[in-house]
Design a binder for this molecule. Structure first.
Ligand SMILES: *[C@@H]1O[C@H](CO)[C@@H](O)[C@H](O)[C@H]1NC(C)=O
Ligand SMILES: *[C@@H]1O[C@H](CO)[C@@H](O)[C@H](O)[C@H]1NC(C)=O
Ligand SMILES: *[C@@H]1O[C@H](CO)[C@@H](O)[C@H](O)[C@H]1NC(C)=O
Length: 610
């Protein structure tokens, strides 16, 4: 510090506190009147009376002594200001700090009880903590760090004491002129894997990453080496505190009256607070911006014209219309493919560089687990939707699993969570293909053929449904009129597609099951052949007859097209249509498994699709 600054500070101190007592403790026989103050040993903090910027009201508070800009970190009577300068702080007979005005009205007090005949002393520590200790044994009875206002200082814990229920959280001021309890809270959410979150009233609007914020493999660890965190989560306590290695750095975390959470550092050069970090800043920071199972991918410059929401693998927009209108808050739902994700050859797709999803529904597996053990653990429980496996300093590789919706996910290059999202077998195959970079002339050929055959099929389908609507009451055998559905034993009375939004679950068949059912695709079981492959008759061990449409390896049909086809047929479940049981995708094989119908017309149905 140069001489000029020292002089400035001295003048300021003299102006602000003309009757400085410059003591750091006070006892029951003393009091602090407006104009007097308590100063911590190293001259860091002062306790006394102040008025916020344009207000004339007086408040008892704690502020930095050395800073040229008045910065209050704690307020006692925040909702009960003193109208004049008659405030007096003292210690009463039972050892509590009490604040009165000239009419002897009690404006604020601590709530402790001193045992026995001993008394208590108040002391302002250099950390900014005002403590009330029992005079005989120095036991701490009360501390201002347990009753924060809008500021978290280094060494101060934020969170919940599970033993006595004490919840330490930050609450914004009402305005710059009024330190009264404002609308914004920064609070520990202990549910699931704990996180700290910002609330407006009871509405969550921003949340931190789930703990841990730093791991041994994290690149972020070295970036912010100025700060380090201590996170405690046990049966007694769930809380965190931050610390600074360098005591000359002046830092605070504050929720301002607009709801912004800011980490500020004092800059000695221009005598200003400088923001080192703040939240929420971008659209993607807003809690649940892309709903559940959605992912927010901000443009590097938060470009307004780009829609930032996408769905996680295996999910699609819940309301495509809202999505089209750039409202992603409805989120995403599991694709309506009909494939079960419970013991049906499902697996995981890794999504990288995320802010981990809201962990209110996440559970840490007890022991140290490798990534593959973690995957097995998640796979074995059908309600497990995702997992992450991470290396935590001193605790080995730990496994965190989510059960239910995956909420509030952000993707960005500086984020460091990898999430493994549970997907069905079909989706898994798609992603495996994508990562292999499947391309080529076969695929182009398939696209050409499919771009003709799928619309044709759809047109036929629409025509069929239209026909059915008109002819519900007309009993006719339509077998010869519509080439793609099977006229079977039933008449066509009461034709309604069974499609009421929910499709039966399809099974993924193991290749070996199909091989044995069709007697290794024996030529004697071959029902016919088309451009894309052959159809075989088969029998499952339970006696069920099946027809297997085996796409030839040279068919060139890509997994996407195959998937579309299965979806289409699955959605078409109708008693007059052949029933699909599932499919088989293994190595280069792609097969559709239908119910076998002894009726000849089956072939005509299946061959349309070939
Ligand atoms: C205080 O009052 C002055 C003059 O009315 C105004 O310019 C300034 O913005 C006010 N400051 C705050 C923090 O409200
Ligand atoms: C003081 O503490 C007691 C017991 O801890 C509690 O019952 C009482 O409500 C508290 N009073 C105030 C004013 O907080
Ligand atoms: C799956 O995990 C959830 C959450 O941990 C648990 O409540 C449920 O009992 C588990 N189900 C099975 C079948 O293990």
């Amino acid at each position: 510090m140069d001489a000029e600054k020292i002089v400035m500070s001295l003048i300021l101190i003299v102006l602000l506190f003309p009757f400085c007592t410059s003591l750091d403790t006070f006892t029951p026989d003393q009091s602090i009147k407006d104009g007097q103050s308590l100063i911590s040993k190293e001259n860091n903090f002062a306790l006394g009376f102040f008025s916020p910027s344009n207000s004339s009201y007086r408040y008892l508070g704690i502020w930095y002594v050395k800073l040229t800009k008045q910065t209050v970190v704690w307020v006692a009577n925040r909702n009960d200001p003193i109208k004049d300068s008659s405030g007096v702080l003292s210690i009463n007979q039972i050892g509590n700090l009490v604040l009165h005005d000239s009419s002897n009205r009690l404006l604020w007090s601590t709530n402790v009880s001193v045992q026995g005949t001993t008394s208590s002393i108040a002391e302002l520590l250099d950390s900014g903590n005002l403590v009330v200790v029992q005079s005989n044994n120095k036991k701490v009875l009360w501390q201002s760090f347990d009753h924060p206002t809008d500021t978290l200082l280094p060494n101060m814990r934020l969170g919940l004491n599970r033993i006595n229920g004490l919840d330490r959280f930050l609450t914004s001021w009402k305005s710059e002129d009024d330190p009264g309890t404002g609308d914004y809270f920064y609070k520990m959410n202990p549910t699931g894997s704990p996180q700290v979150s910002l609330y407006k009233g009871s509405t969550l609007y921003w949340r931190s990453d789930p703990w841990p914020w730093k791991t041994s493999s994290s690149a972020a660890a070295s970036v912010s080496s100025l700060f380090y965190y201590d996170f405690v989560n046990n049966i007694d306590e769930v809380s965190y505190a931050y610390f600074l290695d360098d005591p000359s750095i002046i830092s605070r975390l504050v929720v301002d009256n607009s709801g912004l959470l800011q980490n500020l550092m004092w800059n000695d050069g221009d005598l200003q607070w400088k923001e080192s970090w703040s939240a929420p800043k971008y659209r993607c920071d807003n809690y649940g911006h892309c709903g559940s199972n959605g992912k927010c991918v901000p443009d590097s410059d938060d470009n307004f014209y780009k829609f930032e929401c996408t769905c996680l693998p295996g999910y699609e927009p819940k309301s495509p219309k809202d999505w089209y209108h750039r409202d992603g808050s409805g989120g995403c739902v599991k694709k309506q493919l009909g494939f079960s994700m419970c013991g049906n050859e499902e697996g995981f797709v890794k999504v990288t560089r995320l802010k981990g999803p809201d962990s209110f529904n996440a559970v840490w597996m007890d022991m140290s687990m490798s990534s593959s053990e973690c995957e097995q653990a998640c796979l074995s429980n059908c309600s497990c939707t995702a997992f992450t496996s991470m290396n935590i300093d001193g605790k080995g590789t730990r496994c965190l699993a989510w059960y239910g919706e995956l909420m509030d996910i952000l993707e960005n290059t500086y984020e460091r969570w990898d999430l493994h999202v549970r997907v069905d077998a079909m989706e898994l195959a798609t992603y495996a293909r994508k990562s292999k970079g499947f391309l080529g002339p076969k695929r182009r050929m398939a696209v050409i053929i499919l771009s003709v055959s799928v619309p044709l099929f759809l047109v036929s389908l629409i025509a069929y449904m239209w026909l059915m609507k008109r002819k519900t009451k007309v009993k006719r055998n339509l077998q010869n009129q519509s080439f793609f559905f099977i006229g079977t034993k039933d008449s066509l009375e009461g034709n309604e597609l069974e499609d009421n939004g929910r499709h039966p679950d399809l099974s993924i068949f193991d290749l070996s099951r199909i091989v044995s059912a069709t007697d290794n695709f024996s030529p004697s079981n071959r029902l016919g052949q088309g451009g894309f492959g052959s159809v075989f008759k088969g029998q499952l061990p339970n006696g069920q007859l099946i027809a297997v449409k085996r796409l030839s390896k040279s068919s060139g049909q890509g997994i996407e097209e195959f998937k579309n086809e299965v979806t289409l047929i699955a959605k078409l479940q109708h008693r007059n249509l052949v029933k699909i049981f599932g499919c088989c995708i293994q190595e280069e094989e792609k097969m559709l498994i239908y119910e076998y119908m002894p009726n000849k017309s089956l072939d005509s149905f299946i061959f349309v699709l070939l």
